[in-house]
Design a protein around this ligand. Sequence first.
Ligand code: NDP
Length: 527
Amino acid sequence: MSDFFEEADRTLVEGRAPDLEVPREMCVLEGPGEPCVLVIFGASGDLAGRKLLPALWNLYLQGGLPQAFAILGCARTPMTDETFRAYTRELLESAGMLKGSRWEGFSRLLHYRVLDYGDPAAFKTLGSDLDALDREARTAGNRIFYLAVPPGIYAWTAELLGSSGLSGEDSNGVGWSRIVVEKPFGHDLESAEQLDGILHRYFREHQIFRIDHYLAKETVQNILMFRFANAIFEPLWNRRYIDYVAVTAAETLGVEHRADYYEEAGVLRDMFQNHMMQLLTLTAMEPPSIFEAERVRDEKAKVYRALRPFPVDRLDEYLVLGQYGPGVLDGREVPGYREETGVSPDSLTPTFAMMRVFLDNWRWQGVPFYLTSGKRLQAKRTEIAIAFKQVPHSMFRQVLGEHISANRLVLGIHPEERITLTFQTKNPGAKVCLRTVTMDFNYHQNYTGPVLEAYEKVLIDCILGDQMLFWRQDGVELCWSFLTPILHRCETCGNRAERLLRYPAGSWGPDQAHQLGPVLASLGDGH
Ligand code: NDP
C-alpha cells in the first residue's frame, strides 16, 4: 500500500503516471493462428470498407495474419479480383493508411466472387471456388464466413451455407468452419430465437461468433484486469461502499447514412441490447475461477439473470427517451433527427435513452445502475463512473459543513482511455478547507508496443477460435428477455409521442434525464 501512495503522490505532485515497466513479451500479438480463408459477404459495403479491410491490412503489417491466408470478398456488385484489389487500395489510400512497400504482398491475399444470394447453386460454386483457393493458398479447408450484410439476410445466408455443405467440420479438427454474425442479433426475443434456430441448424455454438466490437476495445478488456488483478478495489466493489454506477456512451454523430437501419432499431436496440449491457456486466460480474471464455460468459449470464424485471407500468420513473432536434455542435448547425435523409418527418424513433436498472443479488442490492446513450450529444464520451458513498461521519463538520464530495472512480473508454480516482485532500494554507483532486492513469502511457483496433482484435480472435469476447446465445436471449417488454411497452403505449422528449443537438439530452440520474457522472452531475 505504501508504494501505491508514493506513486499516487508522485502523480499528483509531478503530474505524471508511475513508471510502469511493461514486460513486453507478455503483451505482443498472441500468434498468427491456423491457415484459413476469410470469406466476407457484403465485401462492397460500409463495414467491410471502413473496418474489416483496413483491420486486415493493419494485421498484415503487424504480422498478425496466418502464414497461409486468403481473403475472399463476396457481394452482388460486379468486381473481379483485380478490381477488388484496386477498390481496397483506394480505400486504404483515402484513409491515409497505405504506407510502405508491402501492398503487393497484401493484394495477393485478396480475391473476389460475385454472388447471387437468390441462387442456391451459387453457393455450390462458392464451395468449389473455396476448394480451389485452399489448394492455391494452402489454407487447409479452414473457413471463416463473415456476414457483413444487412441483418435481414443473415438467416438466409446461413441457410445457404449450411445446405451447400459449407458449415460442416472435419472431425479431426482440420477443415473447420466458423460463422461471424454482426449485431443486431434479432429485433426482439422472438426474432433472436428464430435466427439462432437457423444458425444452430447448421453450425454448433463453438462455430458461431457473435460480435460486439465494444468488447474488443482495449479499455473494455481492461475492466476485468483492473477489477480482478488488484486487491484494493474489489473489497469496495459492492452495495456497502458504492452509491451508484453510471455507464454512459455519448455520441456526437447523428444517424449518418444508416437511417433505414436506425429508424427500425432506435437507441435501445442499437446500443442497449449489446454494448451497454456488456459494460454493465463487466462492471457488475463476479470473478470467474479462471480467465477462460466459457467461465467468463457463465458469470456474465448470471448478471443478466439478476436484472430486476423492469417495472413497465411505471416507465417514467425508470426510463427517459429522447430524440434530437436541430442544434449547434462544434460551432456548426446540424439538423434534427426528423430532418435527416431517410428519416420519416414524424418519426418516433428514440435517439437518446437513460435507464435506471437494478441487479437483484447479494453484491448489488439497492445500487442503481444508470445506463445512458444518445446521438448528437455535446461530446463523444464512453465511460463507467463508480460513485462511492459519502464518508459515514464528517469530523470536519464545524469547519466544512456536512457535505464532503464522495470519491469517484471513472473508467474512461473513449476518447479518454484513462482511469481517474477522485478524492479529497487538504487545500494547502492556514485555513482548513478541502479540495478535490484526481489521480490519473492514462492507458497508453509508458507503453510503446502494438495497439490493436477493436476490429483487428475481433478478427484475430475469430482466426484463433477464441470466443472470450463474443456473445453466447444464452446472453443474447437473456438480454432480449429483459428489453423486449420495455420495447413493447414503449412502442405500443398510447402516449408514445409525449414520452419522446426533444433535446437540441449539442446538448446533454433532455432535462428530464438529469432529474432521473447523472447523464455523465465524471462531469460532476449530481442525482
Ligand atoms: P451495408 O448496407 O453497407 O451492406 C453491406 C453489403 O451488403 C452491401 O454493400 C451490399 O452489397 C450487400 N447487400 C445489401 N442489401 C443486400 C441484400 N438485400 N441482399 C444481399 N446483399 C445485400 O451494411 P454495412 O456494411 O453497414 O453493415 C453490414 C452489417 O454489419 C449489418 O448487419 C450491420 O448491422 C452491421 N454493422 C455495421 C456497422 C457499420 O459501421 N457499418 C457497425 C456494426 C455493425 P452488394 O449490393 O454488392 O451485394
